[in-house]
Design a protein around this ligand. Structure first.
Ligand SMILES: [Zn+2]
Length: 352
């Protein structure tokens, strides 16, 4: 029995769609995926069928007319760093205050218990002090929650995911496109950047990404004072500029539940490792000194490098492994454990 994965093609704007139709990116990716999956009894069924119908008909599958979202993959790391600096430090400070307050409360509670129960005035005073300390704890917890909520808002404001989800929801509400029974696959032009690129996919550049259904973000996002509904489901976004025809086939495995292993730290330079002298244990004085002279860590010394878990996801020719850069569907395999995900999937977009 064959398993079908139902997908909904979308484009970030009309120019992206026209460019895709010219280069046949979506068409190639779908054909590649179906050739790859066929021996495993799996089929991708896409709507609209690529390159059929007129452009005018297909225009309803562009999320917006002009100026579509350009996902910026490199911003992920920058964003994490910025937001961590801005919010994590004040959060940690409050966390320490809270710990101190908890200790003080326990101490006060013990003090109260030690006082004779007939010493009413002391009992009353200490009870009041304990209550006061609990109130202060609650106030700290509230401040901490506020910081986390501000941090989440700031992150969502910067993440292309938020804007894509808003637009996908608008598309669903206005044109009834998308739904629980199809995975949205959005073709986009990723933001091109000079400088080093992230190592997230084959050949060192990102060609596609699957964004999970996020239970950590709310269903509604207040954008410029206006509540906007967010598309709640898992979806795929693919670059039409730099692409490998296998990308859709790869990302689809994520939609049935496969996650890459965690990144792995590997030794890059054995010679440097032999010569590496770790910094002295951090005494208080050392720690202050540390901030001034900025001791380098082994990875900064070029001894280690962090390698994306995708490079360790199955054998080299596994469709989920990044290290392959082969062209033909028959050059790749779908191991049994990954094939099983399709047949076990309870997702509404996977059917017989
Ligand atoms: Zn992947």
């Amino acid at each position: 029995m064959a398993r079908k994965v139902h997908i909904q093609f979308l484009w970030t704007d009309e120019s992206v769609m026209l460019e895709d139709f010219g280069k046949k990116v979506s068409k190639q990716m779908l054909e590649w995926a179906n050739e790859f999956y066929k021996p495993y009894g799996i089929e991708l069924e896409a709507k609209p069928a690529p390159n059929v119908g007129t452009v005018a008909l297909a225009q309803k599958f562009a999320l917006v007319k002009n100026d579509g979202i350009q996902p910026d993959m490199d911003d992920d790391e920058e964003m994490k760093r910025d937001l961590t600096q801005k919010y994590d430090e004040p959060y940690k400070k409050l966390e320490m205050e809270l710990a101190a307050k908890q200790m003080e409360t326990e101490r006060k509670e013990r003090e109260r218990q030690a006082v004779s129960s007939t010493d009413f005035s002391t009992q009353a005073r200490l009870s009041q002090e304990v209550t006061q300390l609990y109130r202060q704890q609650i106030a700290l917890l509230e401040q901490m929650a506020q910081i986390r909520s501000n941090q989440q808002f700031a992150r969502m404001l910067r993440d292309y995911d938020t804007y894509l989800r808003i637009q996908m929801m608008d598309k669903f509400v206005m044109d009834k496109i998308g739904g629980n029974d199809r995975v949205n696959v959005v073709f986009a032009k990723f933001k091109q950047r000079a400088g080093p690129l992230t190592m997230r996919d084959r050949k060192g550049w990102t060609v596609g990404i699957t964004r999970r259904s996020s239970y950590d973000h709310p269903a509604v996002f207040i954008l410029q004072g206006i509540p906007r509904l967010l598309w709640p489901n898992i979806y795929i976004v693919l670059d039409i500029q730099r692409f490998h025809p296998s990308t859709l086939a790869h990302e689809i495995v994520h939609t049935v539940g496969e996650s890459h292993p965690d990144p792995v730290k590997v030794i890059k330079n054995l010679e440097k490792l032999l010569n590496y002298r770790p910094p002295k244990p951090l005494t208080m004085l050392n720690r202050i000194f540390e901030q001034v002279k900025d001791t380098k860590s082994p990875d900064e010394e070029g001894i280690y490098k962090v390698v994306d878990g995708g490079y360790f996801d199955g054998p080299d020719n596994d469709i989920m492994n990044y290290s392959g850069w082969r062209m033909n569907p028959s050059d790749y395999i779908l191991p049994d454990d990954k094939k099983k995900l399709f047949f076990d999937s309870k997702a509404p977009y996977v059917t017989d």
